[in-house]
Design a protein around this ligand. Sequence first.
Ligand SMILES: Nc1ncnc2c1ncn2[C@@H]1O[C@H](COP(=O)(O)OP(=O)(O)OP(=O)(O)O)[C@@H](O)[C@H]1O
Length: 255
Amino acid sequence: MLDNIKHIILVLSGKGGVGKSTVSTQLSLALREGGYKVGLLDIDLCGPSVPYLLQLEGKDVHQSEAGWIPIYLDKEQQLAVMSIGFLLNNRNSSVVWRGPKKTSMVKQFLTDVCWGDLDYLIIDTPPGTSDEHITVMENLKEIKCDGAVIVTTPQQVSIEDVRKEITFCKKTGIAIIGLVENMSGFVCPHCSDCTNIFSKGGGESLAEILKIPLLGTLPIDPKVGQLLGKCCTKEYPDSPLSKEFQSIVNKIVEI
Ligand SMILES: Nc1ncnc2c1ncn2[C@@H]1O[C@H](COP(=O)(O)OP(=O)(O)OP(=O)(O)O)[C@@H](O)[C@H]1O
């Protein structure tokens, strides 16, 4: 039930732990702050962290005759969330969802959720490009998808990692919206100065080499781990992270 969704955006990464779910949730929250009606679909089978990041752990997903009813973050129902984590928690076992069962579950997530009218659906995907993920992503090309945002970090700003993602997108017919380099410097909690702990400019040169847009570079900010359901651009509008994040959101909205 993706018929009444204006824009569908995938969030991808070559590896886990680079901030893909953080970018997915913050993008969803920032779009909601911008007045859009948003859905966030978490199909990260390896570690669905969206329920935790939005403080929705333990919520029960209900099934109606029309399909699954997403969990709403707010009473205005501006942000709808569906995560494989809701089901894994309910069943208290990830083992039953291995292999083909997981794949068919993801297929159902793509077709059987009652999203209603949405301006944006953000899909937080599993990290990497393993066979299972390719199967999952191939199903996505059937839907009208705007493209993928690829999240990376300076440590792994290795051309090969992101190149694999790009090849993967091309293979599955998914356009690339651009690259987000996350954790690309440290913002001091006391003076808000940003120190480049790792190499600087990696994301920029990578985007140039691979001929994809660089959407922005997000610094490490200790406040990120405490956001849990709160939107960084609303909570800390003046922080370097929020300013950069807002600029990324603006670029995504413009496409
Ligand atoms: N810019 C940032 N500054 C500080 N901490 C961050 C930043 N981005 C992400 N983190 C933290 O890094 C950790 C990993 O982030 P996240 O869960 O979003 O990564 P992921 O790529 O989705 O990982 P996985 O694929 O394993 O779920 C989290 O604890 C998150 O709070």
